[in-house]
Design a protein around this ligand. Structure first.
Ligand code: SAM
Length: 207
């Protein structure tokens, strides 16, 4: 990962959706490591749909100043593998692993979350075609509760969500990523698209 020198992650994965490392997770981890101020100091960060946990582990290892990292998934199999990865990398004291299904009511421990992150958590197929709706509902609810944090010399920073999503197929308009974005906007959230600068890994090369 970017700027990590000798730091290496050891990851157990299978060719199974929730136990596989999707390219976006590495690219997003690289992005956040090389743009550490994207995450406010002492931020309480929650990853949704964490899968193998590469993004959470990258943040915990590579982004100094982050307050806490909780890696979550709705799949019990994913959580088992995720816990193994966190332990194997000696990150148990830095990452909490918790069950979080987007369809469920928001658990109380999600109170006071500063940043939600997720990689490749919206993708179009018949199994998951409505997942984006439940995810956007949850994001809107968490950000709606966001109290923000006082950053020294920076005023208040609001709670935010950051996603690295891959559009599969050529038609962005028809993609579930577009539906997710539209749904977030419909719920009154402001959506910004980030440029992935040169130097951060290129997804095309990894596919
Ligand atoms: C394509 S995988 C991406 C995994 C990981 N973020 C990565 O980039 O390697 C999507 C993940 O979202 C999780 N997921 C899908 N629908 C979900 C839901 N309704 N609630 C919670 N997690 C869900 C899956 O279990 C899976 O781990």
């Amino acid at each position: 990962m970017a700027g990590q020198g000798k730091d290496v992650l050891h990851v157990w994965e299978k060719w199974k959706e929730e136990e596989h490392v999707w390219p976006a997770s590495r690219i997003f981890a690289d992005y956040l490591i090389s743009h550490p101020t994207s995450l406010p100091n002492n931020a309480k960060v929650v990853e949704v749909g964490a899968g193998t946990g590469v993004l959470s582990m990258g943040i915990a290892m590579g982004v100094g100043g982050v307050g806490s990292v909780t890696a979550t998934d709705g799949s019990r199999d994913a959580l088992k593998n995720l816990r193994k990865n966190v332990v194997q990398n000696g990150l148990s004291s830095k990452i909490d692993v918790k069950h979080l299904e987007w369809r469920d009511d928001l658990p109380s421990w999600m109170g006071g979350v500063d940043v939600i992150v997720g990689s490749d958590v919206v993708y179009g197929d018949t199994t998951h075609s409505t997942s984006y709706f439940f995810l956007s509902r949850m994001v809107a609810e968490v950000l709606g509760r966001g109290q923000g944090k006082q950053e020294e010399g920076m005023g208040m920073s609001a709670a935010k969500a950051m996603f690295m999503l891959q559009v599969r197929g050529k038609d962005y308009e028809a993609s579930s990523v577009n539906k997710f974005v539209e749904d977030l906007e419909r719920r009154g959230l402001h959506v910004e698209f980030l440029e992935i600068p040169e130097g951060v890994d290129n997804m095309q090369e990894k596919m």
